[in-house]
Design a protein around this ligand. Structure first.
Ligand code: ADP
Ligand code: MG
Length: 230
């Protein structure tokens, strides 16, 4: 079953002689439950594609459908609700809120969405945080600044997974981490995919991590140049 689709997606930055084509006529269809890696050189349009798919930014041409809804038909407010419900975003630099603790950071998207976290959800989050070698479930009351990069990224993933959005979009989440932390973060994304059935799109520079995916898409100069099952 298809969960995400884009048709002839284009995005330009600037205009006149400074105009940059970041994406051009990109067509893509992702099925529910797929784990897709997106690779490509720096500047090839990977982040732009993920931002469009996540409704963070709007395309200049083409269409995006998530669970059959065309994002362009939503107004700004509807779009932000839609994004919160349907998409969990993970960035290279974690983007946690520094002034609140780990528990509050993780629960924020659920609270914003009007969801009441129950015991079961807490157990799941504890599982996500505790899965890895250095468990984090006892650090729920720590501020992000009191944690290492790898720990902060695990919190960011727990946050993205927590509200149970059907789609997780991760933009080089291991780009700033060492090998061991990168493996753990990849394992968490696999858990969200296998256990919670979330569809994952993961941008990575790391070939080994890309091979963990079901499918690898390569982008070059704003176009998909290859799309292969692993
Ligand atoms: P990637 O994530 O693959 O490194 P990006 O999607 O960030 O690539 O960028 C694609 C192209 O669009 C690049 O040429 C980049 O310089 C340009 N670009 C991205 N964001 C902006 C922006 N906000 N303003 C102007 N140009 C941008
Ligand atoms: Mg990028």
């Amino acid at each position: 079953m298809e969960i995400l689709r884009c048709e002839k997606l284009s995005k330009y930055y600037g205009d006149g002689w400074t105009k940059v084509t970041a994406l051009e006529d990109v067509n893509l269809s992702v099925n529910k439950g797929e784990f897709v890696a997106i690779i490509g050189a720096s500047g090839s349009g990977k982040s732009t594609l993920l931002h469009m798919l996540g409704g963070v930014d709007l395309p200049d041409g083409g269409k995006i459908l998530i669970e059959g809804t065309d994002i362009a038909t939503l107004n700004e407010k509807q779009r932000s609700v839609f994004r919160r419900r349907k998409v969990g975003l993970v960035y290279q630099f974690y983007n946690l809120i520094p002034s609140i603790d780990v528990r509050q950071n993780i629960l924020l998207p659920m609270l914003l969405d009007g969801q009441k976290p129950d015991e079961k959800r807490f157990e799941e989050l504890t599982e996500v945080l505790g899965l890895t070698e250095v468990g984090l479930s006892h650090r729920m009351d720590h501020k992000p600044s009191e944690m290492s990069g790898g720990q902060q990224q695990r919190v960011a993933i727990a946050r993205a997974v927590a509200a149970k959005p059907p789609v997780i979009l991760a933009d080089e989440p291991t780009g700033n981490l060492d090998k061991r932390n990168s493996e753990e973060i990849t394992a968490l994304l696999k858990l969200s995919n296998k256990k919670y059935k979330q569809t994952v799109l993961l941008i990575t520079h790391d070939e080994k991590i890309a091979l963990e995916a079901d499918r690898i898409i390569t982008i070059e100069d704003g176009k998909i140049v290859s799309d292969e099952e692993v």
